[in-house]
Design a protein around this ligand. Structure first.
Ligand code: FEO
Ligand code: CA
Ligand code: CA
Ligand code: CA
Length: 647
């Protein structure tokens, strides 16, 4: 347990969901087993037939690019005929006055003006009125977390029990806090993509940026602290993982593993059991050593002010971001939304923890399509639901509403604010389905279907399997496809199916299910982020592949979803060693795919040697200079000579 990825994985081993929600029984496994059998027998028939291409006759392949070889090494790779341009690296200037990046003389002041660490979600918003909307716009980027062993020379890994953060000074902690949060960049494509210098939209958000709590829980006494007696004014956002863009031009950025930043004894804490359900304190950073607000024994309510979806207006750099409490508090992965038939906005949400839940939020009011500013606080009113997946391939959305069902004062929920602050506990009480770590949940605007990436869950036992989470010790994760009733995203029921079970489908014991024509390079493990191109094509980014787990680095795969090729996956891009793949996002013309290479050079979870560090990293991507550590970076992928990505 010498590096953050492994520490994070192990902390999730606790599995904070101790509710005894039913897992669905054997009948379902029988049903699923039979369906899998049918699929597999079709697969065998196809493979044993002489003319394989005949199988594809009915459905033309959506993705015609030549796939890359799966593998791992110090460099990144993209499909033949494509360019992968490093656009922005950790430490590159964002705001005017930013000093040139010097990793041995870094300061918090410099870092506040420079691109932060560990870029995760990214979104591209075309500049209003741009002649070519795919060539000029704002790029919004999350900076999820920091790796002290890769950022700072000579200190090595600090978050282990043995190291005990002994070398973390206040100066280093301040740099870490400044490297968190987000960046807003104006970008333009001419010959190549460039970041517009001194743009009036350029902005850095950090762990100290003033943010307003809004919605039903704002101002509640459980959100008040010594520094903020109003319960409405928070400093910063933490561990922003994935997110989404709204049709009214704002950016939703999601606080995921906020538990990591807290320390301090829970004994005597007024909400000790609730802290436990959220994995607090996570003890993965030294911040509480220097700032009382990150010590739960000194500031008991501070953790309640994190774990929210934050809405930011990227076109107004002076605007105060808002934490939208109506969308609940949990380890928010993403917040991808879609306008429903009746004009209301629906946001799909995953809570990324073993045995946690899939949610959606439906606004009370409709999106105003003529006056975008009128949607300013649309996300403050609406209904949050949690998903229950049934064994017959249907499912229902259970409302998290005060005084409905068990969500009342007798059960510890005195108000809607309590339900939102303790969303996980409220969802436990409703009997939601415990999932294998929900990451992105994303609606396909072309087909109306919703994709759920379940990344893995190696703690699920055989007794705990159910139809929606059918594998015990689910090392490689799976993808669920949901179809809302009546193609209405506000509907309270849905149908669902498993699109694929990840892992090597050529090894029977893995019990993976890709389309049989998927090559040795085309399968993947650990799906995380989901992107959908403008024609409805599905693209998956992964987190957690490694040479010893899957014989491959993380990257991007394109997956067919329709017709006879459904479940056929092809490998498009792969990251350098130790990185995870984040943020895939297409420009509206589908001619650029932006990806975020997060934590290149991080020690892989199952790596047996000494940890990868600043002084001795597994890669120095993307600079490959002896004096430069690996740097998390944004990459712009384009087709040589022009054309749609994937063609
Ligand atoms: Fe930050 Fe759930 O990935
Ligand atoms: Ca991540
Ligand atoms: Ca993620
Ligand atoms: Ca992940």
């Amino acid at each position: 347990m010498f590096h953050r990825a492994r520490a994070a994985e192990q902390s999730q081993d606790i599995g904070t969901n101790t509710s005894n929600n039913d897992t669905i029984g054997d009948m379902i496994n029988q049903r699923l087993g039979r369906r899998d059998f049918l699929k597999n027998s079709l697969a065998v028939a196809a493979l044993s037939s002489v003319s394989l291409p005949a199988m594809a006759a009915g459905t033309p392949a959506r993705f015609t690019f030549k796939e890359i070889e799966a593998g791992s090494g110090p460099y990144h790779h993209v499909a033949e005929g494509y360019d992968a341009q490093v656009l922005m690296r950790w430490g590159d200037p964002v705001l005017s006055g930013a000093p040139a990046f010097n990793p041995t003389a870094q300061s918090a002041k410099a870092q506040e003006l420079q691109f932060g660490y560990n870029n995760d979600y990214l979104g591209f918003i075309p500049m209003p009125g741009a002649a070519q909307p795919g060539r000029h716009g704002l790029l919004v980027v999350n900076h999820e977390y920091t790796n002290e062993e890769l950022m700072f020379a000579g200190i090595g890994v600090q978050e282990t029990k043995e190291a005990a953060f002994a070398k973390m000074t206040k100066e280093l902690v301040d740099i870490e806090m400044a490297a968190h949060g987000g960046s807003i960049l104006e970008v333009r494509r001419d010959e190549k993509w460039t970041v517009v210098e001194a743009s009036r939209y350029a902005r850095r958000l950090t762990a100290n940026t003033p943010i307003t709590l809004s919605g039903p829980a704002a101002g509640h006494e459980r959100l008040r602290t010594k520094e903020d007696p109003t319960g409405r004014a928070v400093k910063g956002m933490l561990n922003n993982c994935a997110g989404g863009l709204t049709p009214w031009g704002t950016w939703l950025t999601c606080e995921e593993n906020f538990s990591y930043y807290f320390r301090g004894a829970k004994d005597g804490h007024p909400e000790a059991a609730k802290l436990t359900r959220y994995g607090i304190p996570g003890n993965m950073y030294a911040w509480g050593q220097f700032y009382d607000r990150f010590d739960v024994s000194k500031e008991p309510n501070e953790p309640n002010r994190f774990g929210w979806v934050v809405e930011i207006d990227p076109f107004d750099p002076t605007s105060t971001p808002k934490k939208r409490t109506a969308l609940g508090r949990f380890k928010h992965e993403g917040a991808a939304g879609i306008v429903a038939k009746d004009g209301r906005y629906v946001v799909y949400l995953g809570d990324d923890e073993r045995f946690d839940y899939v949610y959606k939020f439906v606004t009370k009011n409709k999106v105003n399509t003529t006056d975008l500013a009128a949607n300013r606080d649309l996300l403050d009113e609406g209904t949050l639901y949690v998903a229950r997946y049934k064994g017959d391939g249907t499912g229902e959305w259970l409302p998290l509403v005060h005084n409905q069902g068990p969500l009342n004062a007798q059960n510890g929920f005195a108000s809607q604010a309590d339900i939102l602050i303790d969303t996980r506990l409220a969802a436990d009480a409703l009997g939601a389905t415990k999932m294998d770590r929900p990451e992105d949940v994303e609606a396909n605007p072309v087909t109306g279907k919703v994709y759920v990436a379940l990344t893995n869950n190696n703690r699920r036992t055989a007794e705990q399997t159910d139809a929606a989470n059918p594998r015990a010790v689910n090392r490689f994760g799976h993808l669920i496809e949901m179809t809302p009733e009546g193609e209405d995203h506000t509907a309270l029921t849905f149908r669902w199916d498993i699109l694929l079970k990840a892992g090597d489908h050529m090894v029977a014991s893995t019990n993976a299910s890709f389309h049989p024509q998927t090559s040795k390079d085309g399968w993947f493990g650990m799906p995380d982020n989901v992107a959908i191109d403008s024609r409805g094509g599905l693209w998956i980014a992964t987190d957690g592949n490694s040479p010893s787990k899957t014989g491959r680095a993380d990257g991007i795969w394109a997956v067919e979803t329709e017709g006879e090729l459904r479940g056929l996956s092809k490998h498009f891009y792969r990251t350098p060693a130790g990185a995870e793949m984040c943020g895939p996002f297409f420009t509206p013309d589908d001619e650029t795919l932006f990806v975020a290479v997060q934590h290149p050079g991080e020690t892989e979870e199952d790596f047996k040697g000494p940890p990868s560090t600043y002084d001795n990293p597994t890669t120095r991507w993307p600079d490959f200079k002896d004096a430069m550590p690996p740097r998390p970076s944004i990459v712009a992928i384009t087709k040589r000579g022009g054309g749609r990505i994937g063609s």
